[in-house]
Design a protein around this ligand. Structure first.
Ligand code: SF4
Ligand code: SF4
Ligand code: SF4
Length: 406
């Protein structure tokens, strides 16, 4: 409580002056000077004529939750930051929002939150209900506490996500090159996500500064072998599931983007999808009420800018150069390699491999889900996955070694 006591001792005006002088900013997606943000919050409170509430939360679009690590490591600091903000803004109540599914963390914080007078809530912040409130990022609240405890140093908490795993949070001082933080070479990388902004491998050369919008604080490395259409479909699905559905542009727009991109990965893409993706993405960027809708379109806008050739491949050439989108692949059994051991048929979950011991096995392409289990099971490398032409194959049961191509 050292920071709160220090703040109260110096008085409200001096608190504002100290925050202004330190250049403290709101972290996350909505970066701006903290005092300017607070002035806007007070004006909104007057506009809506509601009692002011100070809310601390991650941004609604933050499904990675790496910055929740700050709360886990030092809940007292975040709670104290909320109290200092409430003191500065003369707020009447305080709340801390935890993402859905964090009930264990919620339970562990219950006693400390109660003694600080902070209500604990679960889920994303409902922007309509929060009208007239001051919604601040958890990282901002931690920094505010540090400022009044005399331990604040400029910088941002960040983590690097590689191979789907998010590393430890580290305090980064600026300027810093993305490649130095990520510790990967351009050859290993196809795309770089800085928060929700997508770049190609050239993103590794970018220099992050105090003014860069780092969003969720995570640099995500998309490896050289990935398919950007497949990654885009996954990202859009995550944000689609995360949205509350109250804004038409987020609800309908995200749904349309996701449906079109999924169809592209399934080989059903059409040329007219490209201008539609662009138009919907742009509209979402400025029409949605919170970061979910505003940044949900970022990945699409990034792929249109940096990976246009992957759209052409999937839509026009009907191929996935990365060999990831299963709709563009064929899986067949090479009759000259098959030993009729039955291993593939035993593991096939779709039960679509025909054959018996000593006979060449055959895959029914119609029922095959392209799960790849037969490829792993075959010791003779007889199951082939290709995006090219499939050779002539047996159409009826044939003894091993007896199949003739002509
Ligand atoms: S942008 Fe999406 S998540 Fe945010 S308020 Fe609108 S519908 Fe809800
Ligand atoms: S494809 Fe491989 S696993 Fe399947 S029967 Fe032939 S040799 Fe055995
Ligand atoms: S890819 Fe999967 S579904 Fe298709 S034949 Fe092999 S095991 Fe069966």
């Amino acid at each position: 409580m050292m920071g709160l006591e220090a703040a109260k001792e110096m008085g409200r005006e001096a608190v504002w002056a100290k925050v202004r002088e330190a250049g403290l900013k709101e972290f996350g997606v909505y970066q701006q000077s903290l005092t300017e943000k607070w002035e806007q919050d007070l004006a909104e409170r007057d506009r809506w004529q509601v009692p002011l509430k100070v809310i601390a939360a991650l941004n609604n679009n933050d499904t990675n939750r790496a910055l929740l690590g700050l709360l886990k490591a030092s809940a007292s600091q975040v709670l104290e930051g909320i109290q200092i903000a409430a003191y500065a803004l003369e707020a009447e109540s305080m709340a801390l929002y935890l993402p859905e599914g964090e009930s264990e963390l919620k339970d562990s914080l219950a006693a400390a939150a109660q003694s600080a007078g902070v209500e604990l809530c679960e889920g994303i912040v409902d922007v309509r209900q929060a009208r007239g409130s001051s919604v601040n990022h958890i990282e901002t609240m931690a920094a505010l506490s540090e400022l009044f405890c005399g331990t604040y140093t400029p910088g941002s908490w960040m983590a690097v996500c590689k191979e789907g795993k998010t590393g430890e949070l580290q305090k980064v001082t600026f300027p810093v090159k993305v490649g130095d933080l990520a510790g990967v070479s351009a050859e290993e990388v196809k795309g770089v996500l800085i928060g929700s902004k997508l770049y190609d491998a050239s993103g590794l050369e970018l220099e992050l500064t105090q003014d860069t919008n780092i969003g969720n604080g995570v640099i995500t490395i998309l490896p050289a072998g990935c398919c950007m259409m497949d990654e885009e479909a996954k990202q859009l699905l995550i944000q689609r599931q995360n949205g509350c559905g109250r804004c038409t542009f987020c609800r309908e727009g995200m749904g349309q983007l996701h449906t079109m991109v999924r169809e592209i990965t399934e080989g059903k893409g059409k040329n007219e999808f490209l201008p539609m993706l662009e138009e919907i993405g742009n509209a979402m960027s400025f029409s949605c009420q919170c970061s979910v809708g505003q940044t949900g379109a970022d990945f699409t806008q990034g792929t249109l800018k940096y990976f246009a050739d992957e759209y052409t491949d999937h839509i026009k050439k009907k191929k996935c150069a990365a060999n990831v989108c299963s709709s563009f692949m064929s899986i067949y059994i090479d009759p000259s390699q098959c030993q009729g051991c039955e291993e593939c048929a035993d593991v096939c979950p779709a039960d679509c491999i025909e054959g018996k011991s000593g006979f060449i096995h055959m895959i029914d392409e119609f029922d095959c889900t392209k799960c790849g289990k037969c490829i792993e099971a075959c010791e003779y490398d007889a199951v082939i996955q290709t995006t090219g032409r499939v050779p002539k194959l047996p159409t009826r049961l044939t003894k091993v070694g007896k199949f003739k191509k002509r």
